[in-house]
Design a protein around this ligand. Structure first.
Ligand SMILES: C[S@@+](CC[C@H](N)C(=O)[O-])C[C@H]1O[C@@H](n2cnc3c(N)ncnc32)[C@H](O)[C@@H]1O
Length: 229
């Protein structure tokens, strides 16, 4: 049963203008109201970046502040986590960040073709027993393909060797276009990055801080799903 605190946060979240909590029926019965029309929500045509499994939304909020010329959408099923980022976005009146509480499995119901420019998977669950549930599995990549621009980029930042290795295998098996990869982001990896990329890495998520404290190496890869013709 949810704690009182959680229930209060869920109730508060219903009042947030930056958070969507569609029911399963809403998602199944009809297209999400901003699908293909997120420019109407953000009131601009700026690029759209998703954070999948955003948890407390550190990347969505951090990047929104760092890059006012882009729009950010954090997606997670756990309301108590999303609340943190959504609350900060409301308090700071960030117009270029919002959140959707839903299963990422339904992500293609929320975006139209070519609507999204980038996807961040931040410390996604490695799903040791369910490879098809990994956010970089073929099943999920095909979902992203329905809305990611051809030149769009997928970023994965993880502590998990298993998830990283399986992503490497997918990149190789399906011939995705790998743009950058490091097994040790804060070690040797940092040397291959631009200044902009380095400042993005200053954002550390809740889970990332935990893994760093335990001395885990953080891995990072970015790739395009479709190769240029
Ligand atoms: C390990 S946590 C990482 C959270 C955050 N990105 C961070 O780094 O602190 C993984 C997050 O992904 C979410 N998640 C995993 N699978 C999901 C799915 N299929 N749909 C929606 N959320 C999912 C979980 O609820 C959880 O918040």
């Amino acid at each position: 049963m949810a704690s009182k605190n959680k229930l209060a946060r869920f109730a508060e979240m219903e009042t947030f203008e930056n958070t969507f909590q569609p029911s399963l029926n809403d998602i199944m019965d009809a297209d999400f109201r901003f699908r293909g029309r997120w420019n109407e929500y953000f009131e601009n045509d700026n690029p759209i970046v998703l954070e999948l499994g955003c948890g407390k939304g550190e990347y969505s909020i951090g990047l929104a502040k760092m890059c006012p010329e882009k729009n950010f959408i954090g997606i997670d099923i756990k309301g108590a986590r999303i609340w943190k980022g959504a609350k900060q976005g409301e308090e700071e009146q960030l117009k270029n960040a919002c959140f959707i509480r839903t299963k990422i499995d339904f992500v293609s119901r929320f975006f139209g073709a070519n609507e999204v420019d980038e996807i961040w998977c931040t410390f996604s669950d490695p799903q040791p027993k369910k490879p098809n549930k990994r956010l970089t599995s073929r099943i999920f990549i095909n979902r992203y393909r329905s809305f990611l621009k051809k030149e769009g980029v997928v970023h994965l930042k993880t502590d998990s060797d298993l998830l990283f290795e399986s992503t490497e295998e997918q990149i190789s098996e399906f011939n995705y276009n790998e743009l950058f990869k490091t097994w040790d982001l804060y070690g040797e990896g940092i040397h291959g990055l631009s200044d902009d990329e380095k400042s993005i890495l200053e954002i550390k998520t809740f889970y990332e801080k935990m893994w760093l404290k335990e001395g885990k190496r953080i891995k990072y890869v970015k790739f395009q799903i479709d190769q240029d013709d």
